[in-house]
Design a protein around this ligand. Structure first.
Ligand code: UT7
Length: 339
């Protein structure tokens, strides 16, 4: 990529894709491992099953498949991409997974890098990518949200393991001609002082390097979560940031076509909709089938809704991601779809 600043452009959302692992783990199956049951999980979370990557698939495969299906929808060749931006907290290479996806796709003209903001990652990446399109330095970008939290969940902790699953979602964005801009607005927030309630911390394990000198062996402890604190954070902050965003663009919640939230808990989706006085029929939800797939939930849901003909060209969508960090954000956009 070279910095060739041109005129200010808008953003258009033209294609989506997603991919899920083949292996399904139902609530009843989880109850074989931890002291839980389908009734508790369904009632408290809305989740019925989740997908978990098995030995015959990989994180990169999911990202690749999601990207390919988005490129096919938009009828774009991979060489037309300027950027491959992967939002993930679970790369299969800590130096970055995006370049491997770029290479596998044959997106030889694209710069590729990872961005980490947990479950808010996809929304943060969408907004980051939009800056390159708006300032004229890029024309076509692929934004991925993908996570393999199954590798980092403590599968013996019933308070957290029932929530998570694996998936990848992709979105294609293009700089738009003239004055049109389908990204109407966004707001992003972080509060690291509250980060302890959801974390995937380094494991502090020191080994002898030479003589009395030590080094810290790399590694991470499984996910630790204070569910109630995260729940309270979500039902307080998500309505506030969405209200703020809608107000600053003088948009009445009733005029939204869809509410596209990070899929963490059905009760959170309902509470946010109620707070905003948005009909539950406008709340997109698929977490019964996949659980919380972290950075993948929003693009996975978007892609499903587009492919099922729910989201159509011109629909006005308010989206919000939230999670570890703590981090949260909201974006207001219109779906364009392929030309
Ligand atoms: O991307 C962000 C990721 N995180 C989240 O979104 C998490 C947000 N938080 C939540 O979704 C909810 O707090 C949970 C679903 C995690 C938990 O629901 P809750 O209604 O807050 O339950 P709780 O933690 O208050 O636990 C209630 C009871 C406890 O038993 P006692 O102490 O009342 O006897 C738990 O031990 O439910 C018990 N419990 C379970 N029982 C059966 C907790 N997990 C389970 C389980 N199966 N899996």
């Amino acid at each position: 990529m070279t910095a060739k600043q041109k005129s200010i452009s808008g953003v258009s959302f033209v294609g989506s894709g997603s991919a899920i692992p083949a292996q399904i783990i139902t609530n009843d199956q989880l109850a074989l491992r931890v002291d839980t049951n389908d009734d508790w999980i369904s009632t408290r979370t809305g989740i019925k099953q989740r997908r978990v990557l098995g030995p015959d698939e990989s994180f990169s495969d999911l990202c690749f498949q999601a990207s390919i299906s988005a490129l096919e929808m938009a009828k774009w060749g991979p060489e037309s991409l300027d950027l491959v931006l992967l939002a993930t907290s679970t790369p299969n290479d800590l130096f970055g997974s995006a370049p491997k996806i770029q290479a596998k796709l044959g997106a030889k003209n694209a710069v590729a890098f990872d961005l980490t903001a947990a479950c808010s990652g996809f929304l943060f990446a969408l907004v980051t990518a939009a800056q390159f399109l708006r300032n004229g330095s890029m024309k076509r970008v692929l934004v991925l949200g993908a996570d393999q939290l199954s590798s980092w969940v403590d599968w013996d902790d019933r308070k957290s393991c029932v929530l998570f699953g694996d998936a990848a979602g992709a979105l294609l964005m293009e700089s738009s001609e003239g004055n049109s801009d389908d990204l109407l607005g966004f707001k992003l927030r972080s509060d690291g002082s509250r980060g302890d309630c959801l974390n995937l911390f380094e494991k502090r394990h020191f080994q002898t390097l030479v003589n009395t000198n030590m080094y810290q062996q790399g590694g991470f402890s499984p996910i630790q979560m204070n569910g109630q604190e995260v729940y309270k954070f979500a039902v307080r902050e998500v309505p506030l940031i969405l209200q703020d965003l809608l107000k600053s663009h003088q948009i009445d919640p009733e005029s939204l076509d869809w509410l596209l939230l990070h899929q963490a808990n059905k009760r959170i989706l309902d509470a946010v909709a109620d707070r905003l006085r948005i009909s539950h029929s406008k709340v997109l939800s698929n977490l019964a089938n996949y659980g919380n797939t972290s950075a993948a939930t929003i693009p996975l849901m978007l892609d499903e809704a587009v492919r099922h003909g729910k989201i159509v060209q011109g629909d006005l969508i308010a989206s919000s991601g939230f999670g570890a960090g703590l981090s949260w954000g909201a974006a207001l956009f219109r779906w364009h779809g392929p030309s």
